[in-house]
Design a protein around this ligand. Structure first.
Ligand code: SAM
Length: 274
């Protein structure tokens, strides 16, 4: 890939997704975009960048952004957020007399995070499946399509999922040799594409009402410090005062406008909107 195309694509990616690729990571862009040449019948990477440049909202442009996202995730990642939900946050909301609880997984990837939240809600809340509404959003259209389908391989379910939950909330398909999310969980979660760096996201999320809990995990790391602040402020606008923001273990939210109280749970930090 020529330098000029490389730099244009870095700028395009940052503008469209907030994702920063440093100038020393040309190899990363090349290796992630390479598979698109075959699927889109394009002869080389410079031509692919040309196609994206000509139409920034075309399917090939969207596939190029998708290819640059890192969708690594697993069920019950880090465990403590899910213990916090069952032992602290859900009981606190019940005490407040809430009849509907809203949770947002806003970098949902392939859906494991949102379905993990649904499983916990189903276990600990009376009438869990009627009481909790979960929204899962992600920039990647491919990841959201996967999440909506709710079909996971043996390897995916073995990463992080206790056997009891697998038995209770998934159905094994003998022919396909994969696991399908039960209709109860599916009914609790709504998946949509959504870009954290886009102001329109606030309106999109608000259509669901205000959120009691937002999972913003393992995504802030891809943005500049300035962009992180904007993202955190955007999310704060969609939350109830006193709502909880759960970031990745090493991610600290700081907004320009929003303020957060640091709450400790199992020695880890959670954030409460003031
Ligand atoms: C490493 S995964 C984290 C998934 C999950 N939250 C977890 O902790 O396991 C990061 C996700 O952030 C998504 N992402 C990256 N930039 C985004 C943006 N601007 N808006 C929404 N999602 C984004 C990626 O597509 C990817 O699925």
């Amino acid at each position: 890939m020529r330098e000029q195309e490389f730099h244009w694509f870095r700028g395009f990616l940052e503008k469209k997704s907030g994702i920063i690729i440093t100038p020393d990571k040309k190899y990363l862009i090349q290796s992630r975009l390479q598979p698109l040449l075959r699927s889109h019948a394009i002869s080389d990477l410079n031509k692919l960048v040309d196609c994206v440049r000509q139409s920034e909202n075309s399917p090939v442009a969207s596939a190029a952004i998708d290819a640059m996202t890192t969708n690594e995730t697993l069920f019950f990642r880090d465990q403590y957020p899910y213990d916090a939900l069952s032992e602290m946050i859900f009981p606190e909301l019940l005490k407040k007399g809430r009849s509907t609880i809203k949770v947002w997984s806003c970098a949902a990837s392939r859906g494991q995070e949102a379905y993990s939240i649904a499983m916990v809600a189903n276990e600990v809340l009376p009438q869990g499946q009627h009481m909790v509404k979960i929204l899962g959003t992600d920039l990647s259209t491919e990841a959201i399509a996967y999440a909506k389908a709710g079909v996971y391989s043996e390897v995916e379910v073995k990463r992080g999922m206790p056997a009891k939950r697998l038995e209770r909330f998934f159905n094994y398909d003998d022919k396909a040799k994969d696991w399908r999310v039960s209709s109860i969980l599916k009914g609790m979660v709504d998946f949509q594409t959504g870009n954290l760096t886009d102001d329109g996201l606030v309106m999109q999320a608000r259509r669901q009402g205000s959120f009691d809990v937002v999972f913003l995990r393992n995504v802030l790391i891809y943005f500049t410090v300035e962009e992180r602040k904007k993202v955190v402020d955007r999310i704060a606008k969609t939350m109830h005062k006193g709502g909880y923001l759960i970031t990745g273990a090493a991610e600290i939210p700081s907004g320009n406008e929003s303020e957060w109280e640091n709450v400790r749970f199992q020695g880890k930090r959670l954030w409460k909107l003031l």
